[in-house]
Structure formats: structure tokens, C-alpha cells
Design a protein around this ligand. Structure first.
Ligand SMILES: Nc1ncnc2c1ncn2[C@@H]1O[C@H](COP(=O)(O)OP(=O)(O)OP(=O)(O)O)[C@@H](O)[C@H]1O
Ligand SMILES: [Mg+2]
Length: 469
């Protein structure tokens, strides 16, 4: 369902531009436009918007207005559209739970804010697997998450969340075991960790979402402590502490109340580094899966959600998630949080069939297909199916390329020795193919582009693109 947006801004030129850009939006419909404050109350009542965009309104204080509006219409989400000089108020707005976008407003920014909750609620996942993957995640009515997310931002006053989002969150997935997800994740992660932007090396985190049987650490000869379970234990401790601080005994809290506590709960993105291990040769950070399978049973959907939320607000430039070949909640969340997904398969009929089934499911859930890059791994010189045939079977858009990675005898050796191909000298076929995939995921010219953090008044497409995909 589209979110209804009311624009409140006396700058009617800016309003018209935004209205034009959002005409065909799948996520937002503009239900009204007010250029004077006295029109707004009546419009809020009659038009019933979900979101209110507050631009320039003379002689009015946006923060106060929002509080008044919210008092009467508690479900509303607010976005403050700020001119460059107004951006100094950003922390103030964020503390009030108001999203901030810089003018000129990009339609994609508004769409990203409108669609974000759908990415994490069952609404967008109508074909939910039978286990109801979000049943344990914090309850998030679709009209609240903007504020809830802002709550997180406000807890990080020194580093505004809106400016510290990772540039790229990439999930490597494939609905069949052993097709090369971990190998490709590892090589891409190492490849990105060697890339520079504006003279400084990209800060990359690889995350092992094979919660029970992950081997990412092993493929880099890394220890498995600390790991995601270490973090989850800390989350539980903090959660219990926050309940106690509100004068409650965690033992007395009912399940629904827990959901509310969790929905309000925010982790500090500065803490992430406490739970990672570092691959010294490359500088890559790795959040490994638990050492003990039993620990993985303790990781609940809401932990995964909180971890992903925190990572997305962390200072990493690239976050690469290696997943398991399943449709558990952790995997589905990793897909929905991702800015891009690398869908890995082999040129064998069962792998192809499962990718097709997955694509069908994602299409039914209106998952933005432009996020998905299909990658055929282990191609041999002569294959029974050509890439064109595979593409036709997947019904991919004609502009979509399938990324081939050849079968390469060096791969096995490089996995067995824990020595990534990307750090080995010389060229191999698989190495070149992964570089090509890496460049498609993060184009080089984008790496050279000026960081959005440097100039707040510039467009911030990349910042929002990870949300929007
Ligand atoms: N391009 C390749 N050429 C040759 N061998 C490969 C290639 N890619 C992967 N392999 C082999 O396939 C094996 C499985 O790869 P990998 O562990 O990355 O798969 P996976 O999809 O992560 O598996 P799982 O679903 O169990 O997590 C590797 O150990 C490696 O030997
Ligand atoms: Mg794997």
C-alpha cells in the first residue's frame, strides 16, 4: 500500500517538483499540499496522511508543530525538509523523532522512508514462509518505524545516523547449498577491503549469517571469538537492564511487552567493533557466526533485526553478508536489509530451479528486482545451458547481465589454505570474474565520487539508495 504524504511547505516550486517526481511512485502518493499553516489542521483531518513533509513555513517552529500534530494524530511520521543552513537543526529534529532530508529533495529519499517499514514487516512479505519469519521481531506498525528508527538516531548524538549509514550493504545468497556463496562473499569482501575511496581504504565488514554452521572465519583462518553470540548476550544484558531501569522486573514481562521494549531498544553502532575479528592481511573485519551450534539457537529474529539495524548505521563503507541456503528469518532479513543481493547459483538444473522459485517469491512480495545481481558460479567451458537460456528461464530484464564465474581449480586450494585469491599475486580466471562482479556492485567512478558526508547540501543518492535499493 502506498503511503499518503502531505506536503507542508510554502515553497510551491519545490512542492511541484517533488509531486512530479513522485507521480508514478509505487510507494508514496501525495494526498495534499499546504503552503500555509492554517490549512494544515483541516488537511490532517480530512486527508488522513501517513507522513507529513515539513518544509519552510514562516513564523512557525517545526519541532513544536510536529509535537502538536503528533499529539492529535499519534500515528503520523514526520520528515523535515531542510535548506542547507537549516541542517544545523538536524540533531534537534532527530531527537524529536523527525526524519531530516536536505533540499533539494530527491523523490527516492521520500520513497525510501516510505518503503522502509514494508521491508521489515509482513506487509511486504505476503508470501511469508509458514514459520512466519517476523513473528518474533519487534512489532512495527507500518506507520511508526520512521520514528522508531529515528529513536535510534537520537541515541547516537555524536554521529548522526543519517550520515553514518554504510554506503553498501550487500547480501550474497543462493537457495542451494555449496554453490559458492561463502567463497564469493570472502573474495568480494577482500576485494572491497583493498579498494580506495578518496585516498582512504574502504572499511569493510563481512558478516556470517550461516548462524548454525557458518565457516566464513575458517575460510580466512580466523578465530571464532568474539562472534555474533557474544553480541547477542550483550544485547540481552542491555535489554534486561533497560527494563530494570524502567522499574520493571524482566521476569514479569509478558511477551507482548517485550516486543514493545525491543521496538524501543537501540544499540550503539560504536559497539560493533567489540564483536568483530580482524583479518590482519587485508584489514577486513568479520562478524563471525557462533562457535557452538547451540548458541545459534539462542539468536532470535529480533536480535538479527537489531544487529542489522545497528550495522546499517555503523561506519562501515561496505557490509557483506554471507547467508545460508535457506529461507529462515535471518536470511530473509538479510535480503530485505540489503541494498544489493548477489544471487549465486551453479549451472545445474536444481540450482537454476531454486533460483527461479526464489525469484518468483520475491517478485510476488514486490521485492525490487533491480537489487538482484545473478551470478553463475563454476561455469565450465562447455555447459548444457547457456547464460542466455538461463536468463530467459529466470525472465530477467533484458538489461540484466548474469555474472559468470568460471570453475577454477585454484578455488579449492585457496579455501583449504585460508588464503583468499584476491590477495594472491597474478591473475586467474575466477579472480578476474569476481573483480568484474565487484566493480558492478560498487562502480569505480562511484568510489571516486565525493563522499556525501563532506557536503551536506549535495544530493545523497547513495545514502538513501541502500534503503531504497
Ligand atoms: N569457482 C569455483 N571453482 C571451483 N570450485 C569452486 C568454485 N566456487 C566454489 N567452489 C567449490 O565449492 C565449494 C563450496 O563453496 P562454498 O562453501 O563457497 O559454497 P556455499 O554456497 O557457501 O555453501 P553452503 O551453502 O554450504 O554455505 C568450495 O569449497 C569450493 O571448493
Ligand atoms: Mg557458505
Amino acid at each position: 500500500m502506498k503511503k499518503r504524504l502531505l506536503i507542508v511547505d510554502e515553497d510551491s516550486a519545490s512542492n511541484s517538483m517533488l509531486m512530479n517526481h513522485l507521480t508514478n511512485s509505487k510507494w508514496v502518493e501525495i494526498c495534499g499540499q499546504a503552503t500555509r499553516i492554517d490549512q494544515v489542521w483541516q488537511m490532517l483531518q480530512s486527508l488522513r496522511p501517513d507522513m507529513v513533509l515539513l518544509g519552510e513555513i514562516k513564523e512557525s517552529e517545526r519541532g513544536v508543530l510536529c509535537q502538536q500534530f503528533r499529539f492529535a494524530f499519534p500515528h503520523l511520521s514526520f520528515i523535515a525538509a531542510c535548506s542547507p543552513q537549516d541542517l544545523v537543526w538536524e540533531p534537534f529534529f532527530r531527537n524529536l523523532g523527525i526524519w531530516v532530508v536536505a533540499k533539494p529533495i530527491q523523490a527516492g529519499q521520500i520513497e525510501a522512508l516510505a518503503m522502509m517499514p514494508q521491508a521489515i514487516t509482513r506487509e511486504a512479505w505476503q508470501s511469508a514462509p509458514p514459520q512466519e519469519p517476523y513473528s518474533n521481531t519487534p512489532s512495527m506498525p507500518s506507520n511508526q518505524p520512521l520514528r522508531q528508527t529515528m529513536g535510534e538516531a537520537s541515541s547516537e548524538s555524536q554521529s548522526p545516523a543519517i550520515h553514518s549509514m554504510p554506503k553498501h550493504l550487500i547480501t550474497v545468497y543462493g537457495p542451494k547449498g555449496g554453490v559458492g556463496k561463502t567463497f564469493i562473499s570472502r573474495e568480494l569482501a577482500i576485494y572491497f577491503s583493498q579498494q580506495k575511496r578518496e585516498g582512504s581504504t574502504l572499511k569493510v565488514l563481512a558478516v556470517d549469517f550461516n548462524l548454525d554452521l557458518g565457516t566464513f572465519a575458517t575460510t580466512l583462518n580466523l578465530p571464532r571469538t568474539p562472534n555474533m553470540f557474544t553480541w547477542v548476550q550483550e544485547i540481552e544484558a542491555q535489554l534486561h537492564e533497560s527494563v530494570r531501569l524502567r522499574g520493571r522486573d524482566p521476569a514479569d514481562i509478558r511477551a507482548e511487552e517485550w516486543q514493545e521494549y525491543i521496538a524501543d531498544f537501540r544499540l550503539s553502532s560504536a559497539d560493533v567493533e567489540k564483536y568483530i575479528v580482524t583479518h590482519m592481511e587485508s584489514g577486513l573485519h568479520v562478524l563471525t557466526s557462533p562457535r557452538d551450534i547451540r548458541h545459534s539457537f539462542e539468536i532470535r529474529n529480533y536480535h538479527v533485526y537489531l544487529i542489522l539495524e545497528t550495522l546499517k548505521h555503523s561506519t562501515y563503507d561496505v557490509i557483506l553478508i554471507d547467508t545460508a541456503p535457506d529461507t529462515t528469518d535471518a536470511t530473509i532479513q538479510a535480503l530485505f536489509f540489503a541494498e544489493q543481493v548477489v544471487m549465486v547459483g551453479n549451472p545445474v538444473v536444481d540450482s537454476i530451479e531454486n533460483i527461479q522459485r526464489l525469484l518468483k517469491l520475491l517478485r510476488e512480495a514486490e521485492y525490487p528486482e533491480e537489487r538482484i545481481q545473478v551470478c553463475m558460479n563454476r561455469l565450465q567451458r562447455k555447459e548444457m545451458f547457456t547464460l542466455d537460456e538461463i536468463r530467459a528461464y529466470f525472465q530477467l530484464h533484458p538489461s540484466k547481465k548474469i555474472f559468470p564465474i568460471p570453475d577454477d581449480a585454484e578455488v579449492k586450494k585457496s579455501i583449504n589454505t585460508g588464503s583468499p585469491m584476491m590477495l594472491q599475486p597474478g591473475k586467474t580466471a575466477a579472480k578476474g570474474a569476481i573483480e568484474t562482479l565487484g566493480k558492478a556492485l560498487i562502480p569505480e567512478e562511484e568510489e571516486k565520487a565525493e563522499s556525501p558526508l563532506k557536503n551536506k547540501t549535495r544530493e545523497r543518492p547513495a545514502l538513501f539508495r541502500w534503503l531504497w535499493g
